[in-house]
Design a protein around this ligand. Structure first.
Ligand code: AMP
Ligand code: ZN
Length: 466
């Protein structure tokens, strides 16, 4: 397995800390609004990574947080708490908002065939772990208190910014507008707020520094270490997390433990809308329910995401989504035909196994999904393969692709009303009696009703026209 590591800026061989096992942490959603399809692209990439690791034989412990407190409207310490802002705007409580959007998020994930993480952890359930970690940093001399807030001092460590390769000298000498005059260094960040700019902050907890709430970055350090230990294999997120969020996570985690925290940093590139990153704050964003309301299946969007490499930007357009939809429908139909014609479970031929191997190596080469998809299509069109071969290989590939190809069968087997199926049976009888005129009439009637009739070794079946 090869993976691009943002820390080294190179594709590296993946070597887990414990043989056969992978510990993987993915930054989860901030649940103050619907996830947009750009956010979902990142979760699809993480799902592909997990499925590929599992296909390689690893057992994967996948942890994801739910940010339900502390994420301000800016990635630094500026702005208002996103949850509080949403509560104020909608007149609902922050807890209601978190619950509502968490549910909506998992609904989207399920529709997209994204596997549930092994552990999903909410920030508000782990305040004590965050307090404990901040105390550890305090004991190590990495913090200071100013204006009621506890800050992490980036000058207390000597490698701040190594992930993003920040040039700290430039940052210090360059002119910049300081938002928080309490900070000793502009890059210092808040670990614990007691001094909220916003009166009546709903989510607050007692702490050694007074009643308040945690900074955003500390939650990922505290929860990942709780569930995966102080040194684990993979940490993922979108590339926008590199310069601030992940940079600060690394600073505080490694300052606390005194050792390397994560071995591989994997980041997904942006989904673009026009020429800009799709984002909630800019207003112009599309959600999965928006696409579904226009008649798209969530898996059309998953297919669309598979057509781009996770480290390349992908531009969203409805034309591109239409192309993904018809490709996926075509694939489902071919699979349904194979299913109807295939003889029951037989060993795939050497040629089919060759395709499976090529597919696996494309995916294990830094998740080359577009290449893997083209191997799937080449295999589907290969006349040398039997239907059983094709089916076995496609199902194998779908363990990673997650396109629900096994559902293609039921789509064909269950289509048609009782009356449609009665007509189909009548057509079979007519054919047996060599009454081809009547058989053709029935076929035309079924065509008008929206079905093609497909003759298979097991008999005729209905296939919906697309
Ligand atoms: P948020 O809920 O804002 O914390 O974002 C959730 C995840 O989506 C993070 O890993 C972000 O890096 C990622 N993300 C945000 N915008 C985009 C985008 N336009 N394309 C891909 N990923 C994104
Ligand atoms: Zn995080």
């Amino acid at each position: 397995m090869k993976l691009y590591n943002t820390m080294s800026r190179r594709v590296e061989d993946f070597v887990p800390i414990v043989p056969g096992q992978v510990s993987m942490y993915c930054c989860g959603p901030t649940v103050y609004n619907f996830a947009h399809i750009g956010n979902l692209r990142t979760y699809i990439f993480e799902d592909l990574l997990r499925r590929t690791l599992e296909n390689e034989g690893y057992s994967v412990k996948h942890v994801m947080n739910i940010t339900d407190v502390g994420h301000l409207t800016g990635d630094g310490d500026d702005g208002e708490d996103k949850m509080e802002k949403s509560a104020r705007e909608t007149g609902r409580s922050v807890w209601d908002i978190a619950e509502f959007y968490t549910k909506a998020f998992f609904r989207d994930e399920e529709a997209l065939g994204i596997q549930r993480p092994t552990i999903v952890c909410k920030a508000t359930d782990h305040i004590q772990e965050m307090i404990d970690l901040i105390r550890r940093l305090e004991a190590g001399g990495h913090t200071y208190t100013a204006g009621g807030n506890v800050y992490f001092s980036i000058d207390s460590i000597d490698d701040y910014g190594k992930l993003a390769r920040l040039n700290l000298d430039d940052l210090r000498s360059g002119a910049r507008i300081e938002i928080d005059s309490m900070k000793r260094n502009p890059k210092d960040f808040v670990l614990w707020f007691t001094n909220s700019k916003f009166a009546g902050q709903a989510m607050t907890w007692d702490s050694p520094w007074g009643r308040g709430y945690p900074g955003w970055h500390i939650e990922c350090s505290a929860m990942s270490m709780k569930y995966l230990g102080e040194h684990f294999d993979i940490h993922c997120g979108g590339i926008d997390a590199i310069p601030v969020h992940h940079t600060n996570e690394i600073a505080q985690s490694e300052a606390a433990t005194g050792k390397t925290w994560v071995n591989y940093w994997c980041h997904g590139e942006f989904l673009l809308m026009g020429n800009a990153k799709m984002s909630k704050s800019s207003g112009g964003f599309v959600t999965l329910p928006d696409l579904e309301a226009k008649g798209y299946d969530a898996l059309d969007y998953r297919y669309f995401c598979l057509t781009g490499h996770y480290r390349s930007q992908l531009r969203f357009t409805f034309e591109a989504l239409d192309a993904a939809r018809s490709a996926r429908k075509g694939l489902m139909d071919r699979i349904a035909e194979c299913k109807a014609a295939a003889s029951p479970a037989s060993q795939p031929s050497g040629k089919a196994e060759g395709y499976m191997k090529d597919f696996d190596s494309a995916m294990s080469n830094d998740l080359s999904a577009p290449q893997a998809l083209s191997i799937l299509w080449k295999m589907m069109k290969d006349q040398d393969l039997s239907d059983s071969d094709r089916l076995a290989a496609a199902y194998h590939m779908d363990r990673i692709l997650g396109l629900g190809l096994d559902k293609a069968e039921s789509r064909m087997a269950t289509v048609g009303s009782e009356d449609d199926l009665r007509l189909l049976a009548e057509r079979n009888e007519a054919r047996k009696a060599r009454d081809f005129k009547r058989a053709d009439e029935i076929r035309d009637e079924l065509q008008r009703r929206g079905y093609s009739v497909k003759d298979t070794p097991q008999g005729a079946v209905l296939v919906p026209n697309v």
